[in-house]
Write a protein that binds this ligand. Sequence first.
Ligand SMILES: *Cc1c(COP(=O)(O)O)cnc(C)c1O
Length: 470
Amino acid sequence: MTTEALNIRERMRLQAADRDLFEQAKAYAYEYMDHVCDRSVFPTEEAISRLDLFDEPLSEAPCDPGEILRSLHEHGSPATVAQTGGRYFGFVNGGAAPAALAVKWLADVWDQNCALYVISPVVSRLEAPCERWLNDLLGLPSGTAAGFVSGTSTATMCGLAAGRNELLRRLGWDVKVKGLFGAPRLRVVLGAQAHATVFKALALLGFGREGIEEVPVDDQGRMDVPRMPDLDGCTLVVAQAGNVNSGAFDPLDEICDRANRAGAWVHIDGAFGLWSAASGSRRFLIRGMEKADSWSVDAHKTLNAPYDCGIILCKDREALIGAMQATGSYIQYSEERDGMLYTPEMSRRARAVELWATLKSLGRTGVEELVDGLCEHAAQCAEQLRAEEFHILNNVVFNQVLVACDTAEETQGTLTGIQKSGECWCGGALWGGRQVIRISVCSWATTAEDIDCLVATFVKARAAARTNDS
Ligand SMILES: *Cc1c(COP(=O)(O)O)cnc(C)c1O
């Protein structure tokens, strides 16, 4: 019988039983892994041009899965960014811990929805230790609640929602009943270099840009605490552990002390920097952070869990649940952990499985070594670039390095050359009005030789930019 004669259910039954299909997926994945460290970091123009192939109308008839897989590997794999290799330094991303990757393959087959314990007991029982381990590893107040979300953007929104609702509750206003219109006015105080996603979260929660009180920052992007306005019990304070460009940390100890005295709510955006709490040698950067009320952090950045894995941590469990809880006659809560109590989503993928595997495979000392390694590579990078007479514009305290050449044109030309080289990839930004190249060391896979390669690429690209200029 030809497959054309089968209905879709019969076809899918055959596909599910087709071990060759899944073996082929595995073979393609191995092929990818074998070459990811030595291929062009950014896809070539040729690889990108072949993506036009995907720009086709939806087929009327079903398509063979083997063919779909082959096409994706042949045309899709070469057009990926080699983010899991050791020479990607763009934005602030992260590598993928091998243990977590393997576990993710298995968990993909489970395809669990972790909204409720009764939907997936196993994921509930993996989320619970993740929460405890994170409290322990990061030195958070015991009982701090964790919600597992897509990333720090969402985590920040959750923390600020909990804070907003709790401050209003203390003022006698139940925002879930009465809404925001007509509510007592809350204030928002943050550093002038708060991350774009903080402003987005605030806007989603009803705080427009005009009402936000921005605190001036120093040359590293840190909040200048003496210039902070007086705080009160109507204030949400958003501090930062790790400036997205410089990697600098706000003076969290002082900020939390002031906020706590005033009865304000402090949220810390620690997307990549919160992990400094797990390192004996970097913990000083984040001193006092345990005095905040909520924290957002990504496991898919510094910790190298695979995408996507963000975490909201909230000291007041009831405040987070109060902001996130949904009710309905068919929603069956249990005595066990019900994940959707802590997140905006109901259905969610089981990202805690990978988080659990990442933490377990590294252990406490492994996390510390990982964090320290990223910082040491960033320091190596700064030192070698300085020796080549590049300008390093930030204090390299964590994993971020900001680089400039003698002129803005030369910096821009060098950046373009780096991005086209395929040897490595960096992004750009403006820092204090000046064009810079950003280096973010984020992956466990990066070696000292990768940093040598990065520096050599900088030198070569600058030389080419100078030749082009003259
Ligand atoms: C990356 C980042 C974010 C956003 O995190 P996502 O995981 O991309 O949502 C927020 N704040 C800082 C400081 C970041 O580095």
